[in-house]
Design a protein around this ligand. Structure first.
Ligand code: ADP
Length: 494
């Protein structure tokens, strides 16, 4: 029997997981371990690189062992990862010189301010597709080189290596033989020129980062070396950042196809094809993947508070006992639709970008019920998603045909139906909700030559499609009311 299993390593912010896929593309097993979060100061978030590596390796071995698969039956490994999180380590010893600085970490705000003052904002936008923000890896590398004694000189001498989490795992898995990343991860560093497809010299200079420490940038589907697992040699064949992997795993392979992940926040990505599309509406441009040397770009936007608003109902207001309870309770509100919740708890993100906005509830009367408040909160996830999708459609001129969904809150049928209603397009929820792992597995399966895109598409099984039922006039009225509500939250803090 030729090897026919694929393992996806899904190294997320809160856990390391290994997901085993069978030849038929179905999930055959999974292993997961939580990851320790370190908060050394307000606004700082760190992970231990060694724990990331050890937990990921342990989960790989566990999933293979527990499901009785011979390691020689595994055709390849795909890696998907929390993006932007930064590790710098010693090329000889393999020891990190500093804890991993996690994407959420805000310590590099001053570095970004300085680059803005030097007039680099427009250049960054046009050449990396990003905004000057501490999220991205470049400022984090600079911070480590500035703060760790002797680090910059060692980097210049070629003694130090930088990697995002994919690169760190590849280097560890291959025993230090391969120092590489894929284009989708490179495009989140703020150092990679996504027009010219190379590390950007001007930005490297501006951040004082020696090119010697940067990984080789490769196709997302292809060879990244081999690792030894339980005595067998297994090739690493696919790599992509988590959101891009989810776009691939949702089979958004054609221009104009989009997915939304409803987690704590929402992550929306639209495949914009082989042309780079820069946003006029505050969205990011990024590389979705590169296969056989051909780049696909994407537009990305996020909703800052999505599932977090449901958590607020549960933990803050304590009017629901669990997130799942929001659905039956919201149904009790029937067709009442006078209440609007704008969960601008930390300001408004794309496309409004107002850090002075704060949350508000509109339309309250003496008769407003708990059920109505819950319903309006769920609806706010859908309205916010619509706002970002509208921005994407305005930027690309593409009219969305359907929205593919995943993430925790995509389980909520009332929310999904309302999403379809308010967009006026179908909302499709796949049976394999593990889009991120599926994407990494597909990238590896394609490179292994055991899967192809047609097979992927033919295996796409929907759990459910939600079709729009609201008439256009009603939709317009509700969206207009939502927009009034959003306007009234703006500039609340002065
Ligand atoms: P993350 O990866 O950001 O932790 P998940 O994809 O695990 O997020 O989704 C968890 C989020 O989804 C939580 O914020 C939770 O409030 C929300 N959530 C989970 N189940 C439901 C549900 N049935 N209805 C509405 N929201 C839900």
């Amino acid at each position: 029997m030729p090897p026919s299993f694929i393992v996806a390593l899904d190294q997320g912010t809160t856990s390391s997981r290994a997901v085993l896929f069978g030849a038929d593309g179905r999930i055959a097993g999974m292993a997961q371990r939580e990851l320790t979060q370190h908060y050394p100061r307000p606004g700082w978030v760190e992970h231990a690189p060694q724990e990331i590596w050890e937990s990921q390796r342990a989960m790989l071995e566990q999933v293979v062992r527990e499901h009785g698969v011979a390691p020689s039956a595994i055709a390849g490994i795909g890696i998907t990862n929390q993006r932007e999180t930064t590790v710098v380590w010693d090329r000889k010893t393999g020891q990190p010189i500093h804890p991993a600085i996690v994407w959420q970490d805000r310590r590099c705000a001053a570095i970004c301010e300085e680059l803005k003052n030097r007039g680099l904002e427009a250049y960054v936008r046009q050449n990396t597709g990003l905004v000057l923000d501490p999220y991205f890896s470049g400022p984090k590398i600079k911070w480590i080189l500035d703060q760790v004694d002797g680090a910059r000189q060692r980097a210049v001498n070629g003694e130090l290596l930088f990697g995002t989490i994919d690169t760190w795992l590849i280097w560890k898995l291959t025993g230090g033989a391969v120092h590489a990343t894929d284009c989708s991860n490179a495009s989140r560093t703020l150092l990679y020129n996504i027009r010219e497809m190379k590390w950007d010299e001007r930005l490297l200079e501006a951040l004082d980062i020696p090119a010697a420490m940067l990984p080789d940038v490769r196709d997302s589907s292809g060879s990244f070396g081999t690792c030894i697992c339980r005595g067998a040699t297994i090739p690493i064949l696919g790599v992509a950042g988590d959101q891009q992997a989810a776009l691939f795993g949702q089979d958004c392979l054609a221009t104009g196809q989009a997915k939304n992940t409803y987690g704590t926040g929402c992550f929306l990505l639209m495949n914009t094809g082989e042309q780079l599309c820069l946003s006029q509406n505050g969205l990011l441009s990024t590389i979705a993947w590169r296969i056989d040397g051909r780049v696909q770009y994407a537009l990305e936007g996020s909703v800052l508070v999505a599932g977090a608003a449901v958590q607020w109902l549960r933990d803050g207001l304590q009017i629901i006992g669990s997130a799942a309870e929001s659905e039956p309770l919201a149904r009790e509100a029937g067709d009442a639709e006078d209440v609007y919740v704008v969960p601008a708890f930390a300001g408004l993100g794309a496309p409004h970008w107002d850090m002075y906005a704060r949350g508000a509830i509109f339309g309250l009367t003496g008769g407003t019920t708990r059920a109505q408040l819950v319903k309006a909160t769920l609806e706010s996830l859908a309205f916010q998603t619509r706002d970002v999708l509208n921005a994407m459609q305005a930027d690309t001129g593409i009219r969305l045909q359907a929205l593919r969904v995943d993430g925790g809150a995509a389980a909520n049928n009332l929310l999904m139906q309302f999403q379809a209603d308010i967009l006026g397009v179908a909302v499709e929820r796949p049976q394999v909700i593990e889009s991120t792992a599926r994407g990494a597995a597909c990238l590896a399966g394609i490179a292994a030559g055991i899967w192809d895109r047609d097979a992927m598409l033919s295996r796409r099984v929907l759990d459910r499609a939600f079709l729009p039922r609201m008439d256009a006039a009603h939709r317009q009225a509700r969206c207009a009311q939502w927009e009034r509500a959003v306007q009234r939250t703006r500039g609340w803090l002065s």
